[in-house]
Design a protein around this ligand. Structure first.
Ligand code: ZN
Length: 184
């Protein structure tokens, strides 16, 4: 089965201390996610970065502080997880990576059947992107220790919802790396 990894919103405006929408727990997942991406590149699994990228006047700023404005430093992926040659970047303006973007076309063109979801926030952009992937017929895997939220309650609740409603497979990065490396 052809699969890819989605890396959602691992951006400066969410991760850096003092950032407009700082999610401190997001920093905790960086080392494991970095390792997972290294293994995925080695196993030739496509990596798709799904990144918040707002217009100056974005409607979302009526409910959230201004963040990830297109072209700004804050909208960049953090240094430790920088996209590499061959990785794909899809920019989004809403919670779901599919809404108003070409993510579905990208996945279809790559022949993807299963998406492995990582990044933040488990209960917002991860959840809504996973839901939209499910509704388009993709199988969903969520990496428990490569996703994070503002609290562990919200993180766990979202994982549960994805497991129950989207039939998502919830795995650890260690389990997943074993799978990726044994298949290739
Ligand atoms: Zn946003």
């Amino acid at each position: 089965m052809k699969r890819c990894i989605l890396v959602i919103d691992m951006l400066r405006d969410f991760l850096e201390p003092g950032a407009p929408l700082e999610v401190p727990k997001a920093r905790d997942i960086v080392p494991k996610l970095k390792k997972l991406l290294e293994e995925a590149r080695r196993a030739k699994i496509p990596i798709v970065y799904v990144c918040d990228s707002h217009r100056e006047f974005d409607w979302e700023f009526s409910i959230w502080p201004k963040h990830c404005v297109e072209g700004t430093r804050g909208s960049e992926v953090v240094d430790e997880l920088k996209p590499e040659r061959g990785d794909i970047i899809v920019r989004k303006r809403r919670y779901s990576g599919f809404y108003g973007t070409d993510l579905e076309m990208v996945l279809r063109e790559l022949g993807i059947e299963e998406v492995i979801v990582t990044g933040i926030l488990t209960n917002i952009c991860v959840l809504f992107t996973a839901a939209d992937a499910f509704m388009r017929g993709f199988k969903v895997v969520v990496v428990r220790d490569c996703t994070a939220s503002t609290s562990s309650e919200l993180h766990e609740a979202a994982l549960k919802i994805m497991e129950v409603a989207l039939k998502a497979r919830i795995v650890t990065s260690e389990e997943l790396i074993k799978e990726l490396t044994s298949r290739s």
